[in-house]
Design a binder for this molecule. Structure first.
Ligand SMILES: *[C@@H]1O[C@H](CO)[C@@H](O)[C@H](O)[C@H]1NC(C)=O
Ligand SMILES: *[C@@H]1O[C@H](CO)[C@@H](O)[C@H](O)[C@H]1NC(C)=O
Ligand SMILES: *[C@@H]1O[C@H](CO)[C@@H](O)[C@H](O)[C@H]1NC(C)=O
Ligand SMILES: *[C@@H]1O[C@H](CO)[C@@H](O)[C@H](O)[C@H]1NC(C)=O
Ligand SMILES: *[C@@H]1O[C@H](CO)[C@@H](O)[C@H](O)[C@H]1NC(C)=O
Length: 501
């Protein structure tokens, strides 16, 4: 009897020790990952001055249950106004009558993806830099999206460690992947944003508690190549984006000279996703300034004039591309390839949703199914079965299935409404998902991921825009092979809980 008591006591203390070690390890891992932000993050949630470094418990993560119906915020409008005024001052301060067109043979190459970027660029007097900063603990005052979720997958280990460091959601966003659907139901506070706040900034430059949300350079005289690389006298500046290996065009005095230009182009910028998620958002922190100064041209590759004209209220005649010289160049922070940046992307979303009704979750009646032409493996071979399944499920809930067919695309306005009213979007991986910019927070995205060239950019976009994300992944199948039965698991789960979302 005595011996077994002793044994039990020993086992108990062992368990306690293992537990303690586990907690220490967890804390250490998280501290490594999110560094000093953890304390601030914690404070952001319970708004108490608690200086014990401990991980926020679920009780602190649920505070943002508040509905997302009110997008607008006076605090945000003040920041936007202030940014526009400061940019106007900087442009006015630049004396463009003193430009030297003496372009040196080998200008110094500076990359916005380098740690020392802000220091490097300071050395060039022809470049002026402005930043937009805001207190991390007060971010929810200005961010139009207030609810964020854990993401989910049948194979979290694959999503977290896909063998490529390029698009690892975990490292990128500090969001957490869980195979337990139920854990994506409740909002988790600002945590999923911590990593994405760095997107577009030089690594390790973000100093908490004052985070840099965006920056812009005003450059006196220079030239821009087709991929948005800017050279001014003795410096070539590569913003973050796709194609970081490009070096910039060679100066040619024959190139068209214009007075002022705002540059948001990048390699692949003509493609739908890259244009909407990486190029156009760069303009948003400075939109007011551009609206008020109609003579400034805009350097971008894409032809999505609907957004530029109808959403930004900027005349498409201002858009230009190719090799250009300019007396004054405004170059906003770039956005890395496939990694949405929080502030500019949310501002784009905000600008779009000023024109769309805010529909509460329980009144969103569309189940959107994306149909893609069989190309690059990115389509559902069992589209018909999946459609049938959705129709059956929709009937149970009095909802409507709408197909977004990339061969017969609806008008811009209809596309906006279709996605705005979406309760759920079901799709193989592909650019049509970019239309979720028109969707509202909490909307569920069920994506069939493709094992070859696994790309989690829509998972990342979901984190930044507050969607609930479920990624189907199979390493014994390609994305076009998903059956209706396989997808039914996640589809039914969310529909059954429709009333509770
Ligand atoms: C711009 O520079 C030129 C040449 O140095 C000078 O004459 C002019 O006064 C300057 N203009 C302003 C507005 O500073
Ligand atoms: C998840 O993906 C990894 C890597 O491809 C694989 O080794 C593992 O078996 C998968 N797990 C499941 C449950 O499918
Ligand atoms: C989010 O995921 C993490 C890790 O699985 C978990 O600890 C946390 O409780 C989840 N949050 C919610 C609201 O389910
Ligand atoms: C769009 O801009 C024009 C000026 O360029 C202005 O007159 C008009 O009121 C603006 N429209 C909206 C909806 O803001
Ligand atoms: C289904 O929707 C229609 C119109 O949208 C409504 O008239 C009807 O009452 C709804 N039925 C149920 C069971 O909610």
């Amino acid at each position: 009897m005595r011996r077994s008591m002793k044994q039990i006591a020993m086992i108990l203390s062992l368990v306690a020790m293992v537990n303690f070690l586990w907690i220490l390890l967890t804390i250490r891992n998280h501290l490594q990952a999110i560094d000093t932000t953890i304390l601030l993050y914690h404070n952001a949630h319970d708004r108490q001055d608690n200086h014990n470094v401990r991980l926020p418990g679920p009780e602190n993560l649920n505070v943002q249950r508040e509905r997302n119906e009110r997008w607008s915020s006076d605090a945000l409008e003040r920041v936007l106004l202030d940014s526009s005024d400061r940019l106007a001052d900087s442009v006015n301060d630049m004396n463009t009558s003193v430009i030297s067109w003496n372009v040196v043979q080998d200008p110094q190459q500076i990359s916005a993806a380098s740690k020392s970027y802000f220091k490097d660029i300071e050395r060039f007097p022809q470049v002026k830099t402005l930043t937009v900063r805001y207190g991390f603990t007060r971010l929810s005052e200005i961010l139009p999206i207030r609810t964020y979720y854990n993401y989910s997958s049948n194979n979290c280990s694959k999503l977290m460690y896909p063998g490529s460091t390029k698009l690892v959601l975990e490292a990128q966003s500090h969001a957490e992947c869980t195979s337990d659907f139920a854990r994506t139901l409740e909002p988790v506070g600002l945590r999923p944003l911590i990593g994405s706040l760095q997107n577009g900034l030089p690594p390790e430059t973000n100093v908490f508690p004052d985070v840099i949300l965006s920056f812009v350079h005003v450059i006196q005289g220079g030239y821009i190549d087709n991929e948005g690389i800017v050279t001014s006298r003795d410096v070539t500046i590569r913003s973050q984006g796709c194609g970081m290996d490009t070096v910039g065009g060679k100066y040619n005095p024959e190139w068209t000279l214009i007075d002022k230009i705002f540059v948001i182009s990048e390699r692949w910028g003509e493609a739908f996703f890259h244009s909407l998620v990486e190029n156009l958002p760069r303009l948003l922190p400075w939109l007011k300034y551009l609206q008020e100064n109609p003579t400034i041209k805009i350097h971008i590759k894409s032809m999505y004039h609907n957004i530029i004209q109808k959403v930004f209220n900027i005349s498409y005649s201002r858009v230009t591309a190719g090799n250009i010289r300019a007396n004054l160049i405004i170059l906003p922070a770039g956005i890395p390839c496939g990694k949405p940046a929080v502030y500019p992307t949310q501002l784009l979303w905000y600008q779009i949703h000023k024109q769309l009704p805010a529909i509460p979750m329980e009144e969103r009646m569309n189940l959107v199914l994306i149909k893609r032409l069989p190309r690059k493996n990115r389509y559902f071979a069992f589209h018909k079965d999946i459609h049938r399944l959705l129709v059956i499920e929709a009937e149970k809930h009095n909802m409507t299935v709408v197909v977004f067919d990339d061969q017969h695309m609806p008008s811009f306005e209809d596309t906006m409404l279709m996605f705005n009213q979406a309760f759920m979007v079901v799709s193989p991986h592909g650019a049509g998902l970019t239309n979720m910019l028109f969707s509202q927070p909490g909307t569920i995205l069920i994506e069939g991921l493709c094992r070859a060239a696994l790309n989690l950019c829509f998972g990342a976009m979901s984190q930044v825009l507050g969607f609930r994300y479920y990624g189907h992944f199979r390493d014994d199948k390609d994305c076009f092979e998903y059956t209706a039965e396989e997808l039914a698991v996640s589809i039914r789960f969310y529909l059954r809980r429709r009333r509770a979302l």
